[in-house]
Design a protein around this ligand. Structure first.
Ligand SMILES: [Zn+2]
Ligand SMILES: [Zn+2]
Length: 474
C-alpha cells in the first residue's frame, strides 16, 4: 500500500532557490562545521523523496551516504534511521537511497528530512516531508535496543535482547550512577537485570554497581542480576572491584570470567538470546600488550571488549581499551570480524583510543560517546583538544558521532543544557538512533562551570577521589 507524502516548504529552505530545486526537495547545508568541506565538496541535489509503507526512498545527483531524521511533529527529528546493513549498504556511497523507519505504526503521520552525507563529511538535508505511514506488512523483526545512558562521568549501557527480553548492563558509571541508572530504569520499566558486565575495574565503570545510598542502593543489590561478567586477573587492584566481589558473593550472583575468543557458543553466560551472538574480542591484559608505566593505561587495556551481533548489525562495546589493546585485537582477529555498525568510542572518545587502524577494521557508521566531561579537563575546550584527534579519526571513516551531551550528530535540533540518552534500535537488518532527553538526575551537571552537585568535592582535577585516589582514575 502506498502512503501519501507531500513536501512541506521548510522554514529553513534556501531563499531564492531555483525551479529545479523548488520541484525537488531543496537542499541546504546544516551546521557551521560542514562549511569548510563545501568549498571542495558541492552540495548533493536531492530528488524524488517518497515514502512507501515505512520505507523512505530518494536519489542524489552525486554518491552520498544516506540517513533519515524524523519525528512525529513538524521540526522534531529526534530519531535518525539508516539503510540496511547487509553488504555494508549503510556505509556505501550511492545515488539511490532506501531507508526503512523502524519506530512507526500504520496510519501514523511522520515528519522527516532525508540526509545526504558526502565522502568529505558534509551533510545536506532536504526540506521537511510529511507522510502518513500506510502498510499492512509487519514492520520489522523483534527489536534489540541498546541505550547509552547519561549517568554523569563514565560508561553505562543497558541492552534489551530482541527475543529473550534479557537485560544486559555493560558498565555502570561511578558511585553516583546508581541513582541515575535506577531513575532511568524506572522510566523505561526495567525492574531487574539478567547480566551485568564490568569492562574493567576503574571507578567510572564499576562504581554504580557497588556504591549507592539509602535511597538508591548499589545496582547489583537493587536489580538482582544472575551473572557478573569479569575479566581475568588484574594488573592492579581497585577498592571498588573488591567491593564488587564482596557484593556479588553476598547476593549470590554468579561470577563468570570471560576470555578473548569466548563466544555464546562456548560460554553459556554469553548466550543472551538465540538470535544474538557474542564474541569476546579482549579481556584482561593480552600477552602482546606492552605494560606501561602508568598503571591506569594497563587497566584500560584490560577492558572486556564485546562484539555483539544481531542479524546484519554488529556492536563493539569495549570500555576504555587504548591503542595497545586495539592493536592486539587487530592481531588476533581478521579485520572483517571486527566490522561493526555501532562503535562505543573507546576510553570516552579520548585520543589514546580509536586508532585509525582499528577504525579502518571496524568501519563504524555510528560512534557513541559517553561524555559528561565538560569540567573534566578544566572545561569543554580542554576536552575537545584531548579528544579531537580521536573524533577526527572516527569522522574520517564515515561515522556519525553521537554524544550523550553537547554534540548533537547531524545537527539534530537540541536544547542547550539538556543531556541525552542515546538509544540504538535494530531489527537485525537496519537500525536507528533515538536521541532522548535524559530526565534522570546525574551528579555531574551540564556545563563547565555548573558544578552544583558537590561531585567535585570528592575529587581533584586529575580525577582522583580524596582519600581513595586509586579508585577514581579512568
Ligand atoms: Zn578506565
Ligand atoms: Zn573510563
Amino acid at each position: 500500500m502506498r502512503s501519501s507524502s507531500r513536501p512541506i516548504p521548510g522554514p529553513r529552505s534556501i531563499p531564492g532557490a531555483g525551479l529545479v530545486a523548488a520541484l525537488m526537495a531543496a537542499t541546504l547545508v546544516l551546521g557551521s562545521c560542514s562549511s569548510k568541506e563545501r568549498v571542495t565538496d558541492p552540495d548533493p541535489v536531492t530528488a524524488g523523496v517518497a515514502v512507501n509503507g515505512n520505507v523512505v526512498t530518494w536519489t542524489t545527483d552525486v554518491s552520498t551516504r544516506a540517513s533519515v531524521r524524523y519525528g512525529f511533529t513538524s521540526g522534531d527529528y529526534s530519531m535518525v534511521a539508516y539503510p540496511a546493513a547487509a553488504n555494508r549498504e549503510d556505509r556505501a556511497l550511492r545515488k539511490n537511497h532506501r531507508v526503512p523507519l523502524l519506530s512507526v505504526q500504520d496510519g501514523q503521520d511522520v515528519f522527516l528530512q532525508v540526509l545526504s552525507t558526502t565522502s568529505g563529511g558534509a551533510v545536506t538535508a532536504s526540506s521537511e516531508v510529511q507522510a502518513t505511514i500506510a502498510t499492512s506488512a509487519k514492520m520489522s523483526a523483534p527489536l534489540l535496543t541498546s541505550t547509552l545512558m547519561h549517568i554523569g562521568w563514565g560508561d553505562a549501557h543497558i541492552m534489551t535482547m530482541p527475543t529473550s527480553g534479557k537485560r544486559v548492563l555493560i558498565d555502570s558509571g561511578d558511585g553516583n550512577a546508581s541513582r541515575s541508572v535506577a531513575e532511568y530504569f524506572q522510566s523505561v520499566g526495567v525492574t531487574d537485570l539478567d547480566v551485568v558486565a564490568a569492562t574493567h575495574v576503574h571507578y567510572d565503570h564499576i562504581g554504580g554497581l557497588v556504591d549507592g545510598d539509602s535511597q538508591f542502593p548499589p545496582i547489583i543489590e537493587a536489580f538482582d542480576p544472575e551473572i557478573f561478567l569479569d575479566s581475568p586477573s588484574k594488573t592492579h587492584f581497585r577498592n571498588a572491584y573488591g567491593d564488587a566481589l564482596t557484593i556479588i558473593a553476598a547476593e549470590n550472583v554468579e561470577r563468570v570470567i570471560v576470555n578473548r575468543f569466548d563466544t555464546d557458543q562456548t560460554q553459556p553466560a554469553l548466550a543472551w538470546d538465540p538470535a544474538v551472538s557474542v564474541t569476546i574480542l579482549n579481556s584482561g591484559l593480552a600477552s602482546d600488550v606492552p605494560v606501561k608505566d602508568f598503571e591506569s593505561d594497563n587497566i584500560n587495556n584490560e577492558s572486556i571488549v564485546f562484539k555483539i551481533t544481531y542479524g546484519d548489525v554488529d556492536f563493539i562495546i569495549g570500555g576504555d581499551a587504548e591503542f595497545e589493546a586495539e592493536q592486539s585485537m587487530l592481531a588476533a582477529f581478521d579485520a572483517a570480524d571486527l566490522n561493526a555498525e555501532y562503535f562505543k568510542a573507546h576510553h570516552h572518545g579520548r585520543n589514546d583510543g580509536s586508532s585509525l587502524a582499528f577504525l579502518n577494521a571496524v568501519k563504524p557508521r555510528i560512534a557513541m560517546l559517553p561524555v559528561s566531561t565538560l569540567e573534566y579537563n578544566d572545561g569543554y575546550e580542554g576536552y575537545i583538544s584531548d579528544s579531537s584527534g580521536a573524533l577526527n579519526r572516527i569522522a574520517s571513516v564515515g561515522a556519525d558521532i553521537f554524544v550523550v551531551n553537547d554534540i548533537p550528530a547531524l545537527d539534530i535540533p537540541y536544547t542547550s543544557g539538556w543531556n541525552h540518552n542515546m538509544t540504538f534500535v535494530t531489527d537485525g537488518l537496519s537500525y536507528e538512533v533515538h536521541v532522548e532527553r535524559a530526565l534522570q538526575s546525574t551528579k555531574v551537571a551540564h556545563g563547565a562551570h555548573d558544578c552544583d552537585s558537590g561531585y567535585d568535592k570528592h575529587r581533584d582535577h586529575e580525577g582522583h577521589r580524596e582519600g581513595d585516589q586509586h579508585d577514581f582514575e579512568e
